[in-house]
Unconditional design. Structure first.
Lengths: 292, 413
């Protein structure tokens, strides 16, 4: 795939994949002769961060949605009679604390509360525990988790769970989006298309042959457990390929919905034109102009 | 090369050549017939499956429309929706009645796995046969957006909350003035869809019918795969052609990499490819069997023909060989040796002619021998003139025995 995309993809995969700074790249001699360095032209960000950043003046635009559905799910023990967000008041929900994942959980909980008209003060928010100890011990009634991580971990413990998906209650978010700067989009449109094409091709290949993708993942994964990695991949792929649109595709109504939620939570510094936070022109180039 | 192998080979060729020609012709003809029959079978199966699929969906659609048109929904449902209060016992009773008496029978009928009613304003699930789905919001689902306007069928997608593939039909519920009261939705049981695809395989071990969506993903489980639906893609020649909108048949490798005969159809309304395939090894098994039968028969006939040819050749070569040996014996001076047979064929005649010739020769030889003996008796030197000639110059006084001989034989000198 890198060969298909040319030198820029070689550079970008290192940049995006590793998060190396410019100096590290230069020191390590990652720049081949004749390859012009482009300063971190892509990032992977949550769509709400793109909206928030855009509202603060950051020149960012999403060019594709990798996870077309949010992986965030709220979990309760089966039989606890907590089967919907309306059951949260009076219960403890482990979505407090710091960190990227916690921010996602908190954001979705607040969106749910707002959407369903619940009283946040009646929900006892306790710190999120990535090992789910409190939840397993029954000290926390509800815990948020990512479907291909925490949910998988708890199911592998043999726990019977009730799943509460924010998307079932009108909270529709793309998860990771590929993001580029306005300048890159304006000045590097051909390499951007090339990069996006191979990036999506990689995902398509993973979707089409997830066992092969697992084999590749195992070469780099910290946890070299084929069963676990297969389960992760199986949990992840429905978020990438939903059966509705092409891999990576973005819909205007989805972005508008995300904007409405974010704006409703008064997180944005200022209102913005939502269609400036994303562009589907590269997706159209990749997929030949088709919407699906 | 001797005559026997030549004749054997000749007879063998004569016996085998027409057999091979007829066998190969028959094989090719039968192969064409069986391939044509298989293709026709696959095409009719796929047409049948498409019809069953459409009927299944249409039945579901009609059931929902009929339900939405019932006076109960047209006349009473507006009040129930307005009085939606989960703490009100009357409401709970009405809710239970709708689920048990109105919706559940359709689920029990087997077409739907869930029927639910959406509030038109925000897409909230007001009532569902699956109570765990109630109070969820479906406002962004195409079946809700389109189902408010008219009956709408949303093709197969993956439901995150149900953790499985779903296909949903939605139809508006309106009062007698045409005002939208709710959207009635039914999730088709895709397990049933897989069963439809599985029906009618008969005794075929490899015949398989499955559906593939426009992104090359399996929608129903193929015969030789498990958990393939919306998890595995398929890029066979048949699927790729169907995705280009082409209906047809072909010989190609299927999703397992096995050579198959396939019939493929594009179902534009469903945005699905309908693929019906059968392994070439099974479809062509009668031909292969026939091929082996032809080869076996040819081989058996060849062996029999070779044997018969050999025997036939021997009927020619044996008398000839006996003749040859006879001539050798006669050549060695045994004129008593007889080679004649009673056979009425030309070789028999030849052998008898040989015997006659030998007899004649023997007669001549006996005369000569007698003459020679006589000469010996008469004391002729070996330098005497040739036998049977008494030179006059040798006339003279005769031995008494000679005289007697001469008298006996009328020889006078």
């Amino acid at each position: 795939l890198v060969e298909q995309a040319g030198p820029i993809a070689f550079l970008l995969t290192d940049v995006v994949g590793s998060g190396y700074t410019d100096d590290v790249i230069a020191q390590r001699g990652m720049l081949d002769h004749g390859v012009q360095f482009i300063q971190k032209p892509f990032t992977v960000q949550a769509p709400e961060d793109v909206l928030i950043g855009r509202s603060r003046g950051a020149p960012l635009q999403a060019i594709a949605a990798i996870y077309r559905r949010s992986a965030v799910v709220f979990l309760a023990m089966a039989g606890s009679h907590i089967t919907r967000p309306q059951d949260f008041p009076g219960k403890s929900v482990a979505s407090g604390g710091e960190g990227g994942a916690v921010k996602d959980f908190e954001f979705q909980l607040h969106a749910l509360v707002r959407k369903l008209g619940l009283d946040l003060f009646k929900i006892r928010v306790v710190p999120y525990d990535s090992k789910y100890t409190a939840f397993i011990k029954g000290e926390a009634d509800v815990t948020p988790a990512f479907s291909m991580a925490g949910l998988l971990f708890l199911r592998r413990q043999g726990l019977k769970l009730d799943l509460i998906w924010p998307s079932d209650y009108g909270i529709h978010f793309y998860s990771d989006a590929l993001v580029a700067t306005d300048q890159t989009i304006r000045e590097q449109s051909v390499p951007v298309t090339r990069f996006l094409r191979v990036s999506l091709k990689g995902w398509q290949d993973a979707v089409q042959d997830y066992e092969g993708a697992v084999a590749i993942t195992l070469e780099y994964a910290r946890l070299k457990d084929p069963q676990l990695q297969t389960a992760i991949m199986e949990g992840l792929l429905p978020l990438v390929h939903t059966g509705e649109d092409h891999v990576g595709w973005m819909r205007a109504d989805a972005w508008q919905g995300m904007y409405d939620i974010v704006y409703g939570q008064k997180i944005l510094s200022a209102p913005l034109e939502v269609n400036r936070a994303y562009t589907i022109r590269f997706l159209e180039d990749v997929y030949g102009g088709g919407t699906k | 090369v001797k005559l026997a192998p030549k004749l054997t080979l000749l007879f063998l060729m004569i016996a085998i050549t027409p057999l091979v020609i007829v066998g190969v012709g028959n094989y090719e003809n039968s192969k064409r017939t069986i391939v044509r029959q298989t293709i026709n079978h696959l095409i009719s199966t796929s047409i049948l499956k498409e019809a069953v699929l459409n009927r299944w969906i249409e039945d579901g659609k009609k059931d929902l429309q009929l339900l939405a048109d019932r006076p109960y929904f047209k006349d009473s449902f507006a009040g129930i929706v307005q009085a939606h209060d989960s703490t009100d016992r009357r409401h709970l009773s009405a809710h239970q009645e709708i689920v048990e008496d109105r919706l559940a029978p359709l689920v029990k009928a087997g077409v739907f796995r869930e029927i639910f009613i959406l509030r038109p304003g925000d897409g909230q699930v007001l009532i569902s046969t699956d109570s765990s789905q109630e109070s969820k919001y479906q406002e962004s689902q195409p079946y809700f957006v389109e189902g408010k306007k008219d009956t709408y069928i949303q093709n197969v997608t993956y439901s995150q909350s149900l953790e499985q593939t779903v296909m949903t039909i939605a139809t508006p519920v309106r009062d007698r003035q045409g005002k939208l009261l709710s959207v009635l939705c039914g999730r088709l049981d895709l397990g049933e869809l897989t069963k439809i695809m599985e029906q009618g395989r008969g005794h075929n071990q490899t015949e398989d019918t499955y559906l593939v969506n426009k992104f090359n993903f399996f929608v129903t489980e193929p015969r030789f795969g498990k958990n393939f639906a919306l998890k595995k893609t398929v890029h066979t020649e048949g699927v790729n052609a169907a995705l280009r909108g082409i209906d047809g048949t072909g010989f190609y490798l299927d999703y397992r990499g096995v050579p198959v005969i396939g019939a493929y159809r594009w179902l534009p309304k469903r945005e699905l490819c309908l693929i019906t395939e059968m392994d070439q090894s099974e479809a062509l098994a009668p031909i292969v069997r026939m091929g082996w039968m032809v080869v076996g028969t040819a081989l058996a006939i060849a062996i029999a023909a070779a044997g018969m040819a050999f025997l036939s050749a021997r009927t020619v070569t044996r008398p000839v060989k006996r003749l040859v040996e006879g001539t050798k014996e006669i050549g060695r001076g045994n004129l008593d040796h007889q080679v004649g047979t009673s056979a009425g064929d030309e070789i028999g005649e030849l052998s008898r002619a040989f015997d006659r010739m030998t007899l004649d020769l023997k007669t001549t030889t006996v005369s000569r021998d007698e003459l020679g003996r006589e000469k010996n008796i008469l004391g002729f030197s070996h330098k005497q003139p040739p036998r049977g000639v008494l030179p006059f110059q040798q006339a003279g006084p005769f031995h008494p025995l000679e005289q007697e001989f001469r008298a006996g034989h009328g020889v006078f000198g």
